[in-house]
Design a protein around this ligand. Sequence first.
Ligand SMILES: Cc1cc2nc3c(=O)[nH]c(=O)nc-3n(C[C@H](O)[C@H](O)[C@H](O)COP(=O)(O)OP(=O)(O)OC[C@H]3O[C@@H](n4cnc5c(N)ncnc54)[C@H](O)[C@@H]3O)c2cc1C
Length: 431
Amino acid sequence: MNATLFDVSRRRMLGASAALGGLSTLGLAGCATTASGPSIGRVVVIGGGFGGTTAARYLKLWGGNVDVTLVERNTSFISCPISNLVVGGYKQMADITRGYDGLKALGVKVVQGDVSAIDASGKKVRLAGGGELPYDRLVVSPGIDFIWDQVGGLQAAVDAGSVVHSWKAGPQTVALRRQLEAMPDGGVVAIAIPKAPYRCPPGPYERACMIASYLKTAKPKSKLLVLDANPEITSKKALFEKAFADHYKGILEYKANAEIKEVSGKVAKFEFEDVRADVLNVIPPQRAGDIARSAGLVNINARWVGVNWLTMESTAAPGIHVLGDATFPAPLMPKSGHMANQHAKVAAAAIIQQLKGQAVNATPVVMNTCYSFVTARDVIHVATVHQYDAADKTFKTVPGSGGVSAAANQIEGRYALSWAQNIWDDMLAAA
Ligand SMILES: Cc1cc2nc3c(=O)[nH]c(=O)nc-3n(C[C@H](O)[C@H](O)[C@H](O)COP(=O)(O)OP(=O)(O)OC[C@H]3O[C@@H](n4cnc5c(N)ncnc54)[C@H](O)[C@@H]3O)c2cc1C
């Protein structure tokens, strides 16, 4: 497969404004300052993914003299966006892996480690390897962890390597790709999609397209079963249905209302049938990351963290700002990397204002764009703009804003790769 279908670097600037969208409304636009004078406060950020890195960068960019420490358990950032192209064989892991050097150069202290506990009353976090980090304000962007016990046998099967989730980019992405490569032509691949809400609403359907695209060219006698616990495709429905019909007829079979109950070996058990697959990709039900739960921040549906949308502070613990997938979303707000990046900018602006004893911006606006590859080149998007509503204390979509692609097209294929490059640069201070 061609790993360089597109030249991202030449198009890096194309989507800059999209990746940075929402800045002008956050109250600090154009106020980049240089570090000078005594520190106005210590901020510890847990999680070096989309939300945490953006918060760390913008605390430095907008605050100047904020003392920022970012704690991340992994040595480098590996992006979920574009990881479905690695699964399909159109990109390599190196294309979605980035380092933290840009943030270090900005003065962010990057600590590789695992935060094992948050001491909210003592205002410090504990590291699994020993040591504590004191803070004035804490940012928590730990992403998701899985609700294993909703699918019998799943955790053991994933631990054994017989089933992959590939819903956190990294070794799991590689494992799914290798299993697809090892499968003989004529084999069966099954993807099980959990009930919403889960990380990246269109992600499973994009993955289905990428796997079907690979099978169509490399293993045309094979089948892909897409078994969805939801009553219908949860995002960009008509566009995905058209892609399935136009490109993958005879290879991809989609079934709604199919909720996986149990896994045994390579057999996935549903209410009315058992499905045997050579490659079994089960995306587990999800909740806020473990550290949010153990710190007592999870206070909605026993899964998500409620936040004050003006500051992103947890409603369970003031002074602790929670971002991204771990939050209970505002209406129609997706769990996406783009949205985590926007949450981070709201939080960074608010934290700086709080540390300075100033009022926070009362009218934030955030936006989201999610691109999905339906073939190796053709892409569709969905976009939304969300405005804070003071009466209901939540973000609401702005009427008439956003929308979806009229049809899949190759120009959006280039935009999608530019979007990824630009948001990685934005969050990691890489450009
Ligand atoms: C296949 C796939 C495709 C996707 N495509 C898109 C897309 O095209 N566009 C889009 O906008 N979004 C996309 N997403 C969604 C996007 O990846 C997530 O919404 C985004 O990563 C959320 O950001 P976050 O900061 O909440 O969590 P993450 O980015 O997951 O970051 C969390 C970080 O915290 C670290 N961490 C957790 N706990 C601790 C701890 N105790 N100590 C230290 N470190 C810790 C983790 O290691 C991780 O690096 C996709 C997701 C998937 C799975």
